[in-house]
Structures are given as C-alpha cells and as structure tokens.
Design a protein around this ligand. Structure first.
Ligand SMILES: [Zn+2]
Length: 268
C-alpha cells in the first residue's frame, strides 16, 4: 500500500495546555508573516478546535502534534487509507480530484475552519482526493485511531467532523458550478481572494505552475490571465509572488462564488 509522502514536514508535540504558542507580534496583529515563522500558531487557531468546550479539547490535545508544511507538501493521495487527520492552524490545504490521465483540479480547500481527513474520525476510510499544502502552513496532526477514541466519548468532537464534511460538500457544489460556468479570469480572482483570506496577507507566494495545477488549466492560460489582471492594476506578479494592490478591483473581477462560499461556510 502506498503511503503519502509529506514533504517539508516537521513534527513537534503541542504543549499540553490551551495556550497558543503564537509569537507576541502575531497575536497582536492577527496576520501571518510572508514566510512561515519558526513558532507557529497553536491548535486553538483552528476555528473548530477553538469552538470546543475545554473538557472535549483536553481529549485531543495529548495526541496532537504540530506539523510545519512547505507549500506543495503532499498530505494524501487517492486510494490510500486515511491514518491521520489534520487541523490547519494557518494557511490552507487544497483537495484535488485526480483523473486517470493524471490531470487534477481543486474541488475544495480546508483552512482554519475545517479538518483534513475528518471522516477518519467516524470510521476507517480511504482518501478520495490528493491533499496538498496550498501555502506554507502549520497544522495539528492526530492519528485517526486516537481521533476515533476521542470521538467515541465526545459528541462535540463528532459534531466537528460532520461540520467539516458539510463545509466540503458545500464547497464542492459551488466549485463544480464555478468550474463549469465561470470564466478563468473570474475563477482566478475567486481563488486569489480565498487564498488571501487563508494567508491573511495581500502577498501570496505562488507560482503560475502551481496555480495552473489548482485551477486545472495550462500554465500559459494562467500567465495570460495574470498578465491581463496585472495590466488593469489589480495585482503585481513577480517571480513566485502575487501581490494584491487593489482588493476592490479583484473582488469586482471575481465571480459571485467567493461571497457565496463565505456566506455558506461561516463558522463563527
Ligand atoms: Zn465562480
């Protein structure tokens, strides 16, 4: 059986407390650095974990470790048994459907509002998608066996899994319609806005190759669209970086799907 390779991944245990090992400057600004900091945000930065009652959270924390993921790190491949679940505490994970010819397209993302591999907490299952780190990020990681034990004694944690899965279904419905109906320029801007929210920054480290993979189009198509939007004055593209300089223009160029997702997936 293949085992997913997690590239650029560093594991470390979380402290056994509810405190956030977040740097003071980040705690004050609530914004992430352009590069992943040496000390990442704690597990409670994940909104689902943060919503748990203290006693339920204590069932998980002994089994959570902190992983630092490089952009593009592969967490899962389709057909492989899900043996861990991840709670993003910064950044986001892209979930891609992989076709038999190797082409892939993003059908959803999981940020601080969700869980990657949530259904492995309900019962043994296999990955249906490829999961890759969309941005440099941190996540809490738990073995699915420990996750199931915690869920067996906590309805609140079981509810987290169901909420996370509902969020993915909502996204899948919207993205399916978006991919079929909306132009690449609008989809590009929708994705940029989603990623800006996950990165908590107007500066996003992102190559056109990576974006082409996410959007399921050729690299040249991404470059053409990026050049058009840059010429309008909404973004600046430099090597491996896209900077949003006119947020309102990017929103105006995006399709309705960005706002629809925000409305339907709000967990706070
Ligand atoms: Zn759309």
């Amino acid at each position: 059986m293949r085992t997913p390779v997690v590239l650029g991944c560093i594991d470390a245990p979380f402290p056994r407390s509810n405190t956030l090992p977040m740097r003071q400057d980040q705690a004050q600004t609530g914004r992430a650095d352009k590069h992943v900091p040496a000390i990442g945000p704690g597990p409670l930065n994940n909104k689902l974990l943060g919503s748990l009652p203290h006693e339920d959270f204590q069932l998980l924390i002994p089994h959570l470790s902190s992983v630092q993921l490089a952009q593009g790190a592969v967490l899962a491949e389709p057909g492989v048994t899900v043996d861990h679940a991840y709670f993003p505490s910064s950044g986001a994970v892209s979930l891609l459907v992989v076709m038999r010819d190797g082409k892939a397209i993003e059908t959803g993302t999981v940020g601080r509002e969700g869980i990657v591999g949530a259904m492995s907490g309900i019962g043994p299952c296999k990955w249906q998608v490829r999961a890759i780190a969309q941005l440099p990020m941190f996540a809490g990681k738990i073995a699915s066996t420990e996750f199931r034990k915690a869920i067996s004694s906590s309805k609140a944690i079981a509810d987290l899994c169901l909420r996370s899965n509902e969020g993915l279904l909502t996204q899948a419905r919207i993205v399916a319609a978006c991919n079929a109906v909306h132009r690449l320029e609008a989809r590009f801007c929708r994705w940029l806005l989603q990623t800006r929210d996950a990165a908590e920054s107007d500066t996003i480290m992102l190559t056109h190759d990576f974006l082409a993979q996410i959007l399921g189009v050729r690299r040249t198509s991404v470059t053409e669209v990026a050049n058009t939007i840059e010429a309008m004055g909404a973004i600046i593209c430099s090597r491996g970086v896209i900077e949003i300089i006119d947020l309102e223009m990017v929103k105006a160029l995006s399709c309705e799907c960005y706002e629809t997702m925000r409305e339907q997936m709000s967990v706070s």
